[in-house]
Design a protein around this ligand. Structure first.
Ligand code: GTP
Length: 347
């Protein structure tokens, strides 16, 4: 079992003569909820589901895994092994910097620990990768703000809307009320998709016939404040990092959201298609420079994804990977767990 979300730790009870916190008003941030116990909520994933989920991750990453593991079979430690490893890491989308870093560290480890067997080198690589990816493993913390406002961004087709749907379900399972802002005003079908999904799942969706996604986000924040909703997720239209005017639009959504609630958006997530390869790193850099990302969601790791891009991200922009997706079912979105990921890659 692993944590899905983390809840804000309980704060000490106020003194009897402590000043009373004024009631929140529209446009003003409500006081932080204090009644939550300090706990990490266990995922409600039954063991069979969990196994099938990990199995799907392994299948998804099997090409990289087989490239990385077979080169150690019957190998001698030396230049040839390191060259093969370099190629396998580059082919896994780890990129030049992370590949070089891993190779240098590995050679140092082999020397310092006087390793003599290829199997020992493989386990040294496993532990290096784990050290590299563990800093990316962070849970999304709930109940720090009322409402918690999450903005979801990404290129077209990365899996934003699907992720929002899955996350909304998971949040509801963890006792959170959810409101969605249909900020993809560019594509009418996207708005309808979210609205229909919301109706089916009893989640309020704030949408506007036409117009400004920033206004939709602003309305959603106010509406959530008025209703006492726990989490607002703002969907945004897919865009390429090279579409500068659309990147400006995202900045505007962020700015206008902050007018509705000074501290919002509290989380700005970038959804990345795991099959995008090294281009994913470019996306992370450009969206982060524009918006200040707080987390990533890497989808479609069940397909032909190679997985190494997480190492590239860990080296270049270590932004937490809150969730990874390995399919279209709700349980296919799970928190990123570095240990599981490294096991899927290196067996
Ligand atoms: N195999 C697989 N498919 C996924 C995953 N996540 C999303 N998808 C599929 O990817 C496609 C695109 O997903 P959307 O959620 O519509 O992507 P989007 O980013 O909202 O797309 P735009 O609104 O066009 O920008 C859909 O067919 C999803 O079912 C995943 O983890 N695995």
């Amino acid at each position: 079992m692993f944590s899905f979300f983390k809840k804000k730790p309980q704060e000490p009870a106020p003194q009897a003569n402590a000043p009373v916190t004024p009631a929140p008003t529209l446009g003003q941030e409500a006081p932080v909820a204090v009644a939550t116990p300090a706990e990490i909520v266990a995922a409600v994933t039954p063991i069979e589901q969990k196994q099938s989920w990990v199995a799907r991750l392994k299948v998804g990453l099997s090409k990289t895994s087989s490239n990385l593991t077979t080169l150690f079979v019957g190998a001698k430690i030396g230049d040839e092994l390191y060259e093969e490893l370099e190629s396998a890491l580059l082919m896994s989308d780890a990129g030049v910097d992370a590949t070089q870093f891993l190779l240098d560290e590995l050679k140092r480890k082999v020397k310092n620990e006087k390793l003599t067997e290829a199997a020992q080198v493989k386990s040294a690589l496993r532990s290096l990768l784990l050290d590299m990816l563990t800093p990316l493993q962070k849970p999304l913390v709930l109940e720090q703000h009322q409402p918690l406002v999450i903005m979801i961004t990404g290129v077209n087709g990365a899996g934003k809307t699907t992720t929002i749907g899955k996350l909304a379900k998971h949040l509801q399972t963890h006792g959170q009320s959810v409101l969605l802002a249909a900020g993809d005003t560019f594509r009418a079908a996207a708005r309808e998709q979210l609205t229909v999904w919301g109706q089916r799942n009893n989640v309020t969706v704030i949408a506007q016939e036409s117009g400004d996604p920033a206004a939709v986000a602003f309305d959603a924040v106010h509406s959530a404040q008025a209703r006492g909703t726990n989490v607002v997720m703002v969907d945004t239209a897919g865009r390429l990092p090279t579409q500068l005017h659309l990147m400006e639009e995202l900045k505007k959504i962020k700015r206008v959201t902050a007018k509705g609630m000074a501290s919002a958006p509290h989380e700005i997530l970038l959804v990345i298609d795991g099959n995008t390869g090294q281009n994913a790193l470019t996306q992370v850099k450009v969206f982060d420079d524009a918006l200040g990302l707080t987390g990533l969601v890497v989808t479609k790791l069940d397909g032909t994804a190679k997985g190494g891009v997480l190492a590239a991200i860990a080296r270049a922009r270590p932004i937490p990977v809150y969730f990874i997706g390995v399919g279209e079912q709700i349980e296919d979105l799970q928190p990123f767990n570095a240990q599981e990921f490294v096991e899927a890659l290196l067996g």
